[in-house]
Design a protein around this ligand. Structure first.
Ligand SMILES: N[C@@H](CCC(=O)N[C@@H](CS)C(=O)NCC(=O)O)C(=O)O
Length: 339
């Protein structure tokens, strides 16, 4: 039991699903708990999933934030890596993972709490994840309180009547780009899964398999993507080839198209968010896809952009040049604009 890595999460949490699929693929033995445990510490920030890492004395430290946890697991459990070795492919993987975590989550949260059918389904089912034996009366009360709280938080991801079509069109274009890419490659970075696949998969578990409105889109137009999400869930039997990641020197146009989609939406919002944080502005204001975008600044996403810039700064000059050549014209180059 002690060598099983303790993890706490919920099936309705895209980041939980991201990490469980990662653990299965990496063949890291874990035990999964769907409620807080009295004998395990609470994390500093009340988010899920929570990973409990034991120190030398056997005491547990509660850690959140999937992106750095993936890197820590690479150190502690060798083999079946999800991080490409070529620093340029590695950067693209990190960038696409961040897009999944920080942009696709807008579609996920927006669809779930914007449309009546989706609100009703999420409100009816999600509270049961805490305890399936809870009475129907109690559930009805929880449904109302939970839904009201989540709807009141739509503004956090920037979802409102103005941005709704921007978010939804971007979701559909992303599906189309991924669908085209999957015609030739089973994963975003080629023939073996990278952290980007797990990031996008996490959000897509909800968008394609749970929430009815975004689910209808994928069923009607992108059955290939629907199948991909189901397959991603458990890759424990996949034997990755050493050279399975794409060679950054010969990237397919379908990956370039994905990057161009990032450049259209995620990039301007990440930059405007950083600008608002640096200047202590109350509102992030920009234009995405010709439509106004307004939301409150999001300090965590400011950090995400800094992490990307640090990874870029650490590249050797010739790798920077290779990466610049790939990003040129996709819109993503603006994230890393050299001063
Ligand atoms: N950056 C974090 C995000 C985690 C996150 O946002 N978790 C959400 C659920 S998916 C959460 O715990 N929200 C608060 C709650 O559910 O009480 C990660 O990558 O793990």
């Amino acid at each position: 039991m002690t060598d099983l890595l303790p993890v706490r999460g919920s099936p309705g949490s895209p980041y939980t699903r991201k990490m469980l699929a990662l653990l299965r693929y990496r063949r890291i033995p874990y035990r999964y708990m769907q409620a807080p445990q009295a004998d395990l510490p609470a994390p500093k920030v009340g988010l899920i999933p929570v990973f409990y890492f034991a120190d030398d004395t056997g005491a547990f430290d509660a850690v959140v934030d999937s992106t750095p946890i993936i890197r820590r697991l690479e150190e502690e459990y060798p083999g079946r890596s999800v991080i490409p070795k070529d620093p340029v492919t590695k950067f693209l993987d990190t960038l696409l993972e961040d897009y999944g975590d920080e942009w696709l989550t807008k579609a996920m949260f927006h669809y779930r709490w914007y449309y009546a059918d989706d609100i009703d389904m999420a409100g009816s089912i999600l509270p049961h994840y805490a305890d399936v034996t809870e009475s129907d009366d109690k559930l009805a009360t929880m449904k109302k309180a939970f839904s009201e709280r989540q709807i009141s938080r739509l503004y956090v991801v920037g979802s409102n009547d103005t941005t709704a079509p921007v978010i939804e069109n971007s979701y559909k274009r992303f599906l189309s780009c991924l669908n085209n890419h999957l015609k030739k490659y089973p994963f975003m970075l080629g023939n073996r899964p990278g952290s980007a696949d797990f990031g996008c998969f996490g959000q897509l578990t909800q968008l394609t398999q749970f929430d009815p409105t975004p689910g209808k889109v994928v069923i009607a137009q992108f059955p290939r993507v629907h199948a991909w999400v189901s397959k991603m869930e458990d890759l424990s039997g996949v034997e990755p080839a050493e050279d399975g990641f794409l060679d950054a020197g010969t990237l397919p146009s379908t990956l370039q198209d994905l990057l161009t989609e990032l450049g259209r939406t995620y990039v301007p919002v990440m930059l405007a968010n950083a600008h608002a944080l640096e200047n202590a502005l109350e509102t992030v204001t920009t234009v995405v896809d010709g439509k106004p975008w307004q939301q409150e600044p999001f300090p965590y996403q400011g950090k995400c952009l800094q992490w990307l810039r640090i990874e870029y700064a650490r590249l050797e000059e010739h790798d920077k040049n290779r990466l610049d050549g790939i990003l040129q014209g996709t819109g993503c180059e603006a994230l890393l604009a050299r001063p």
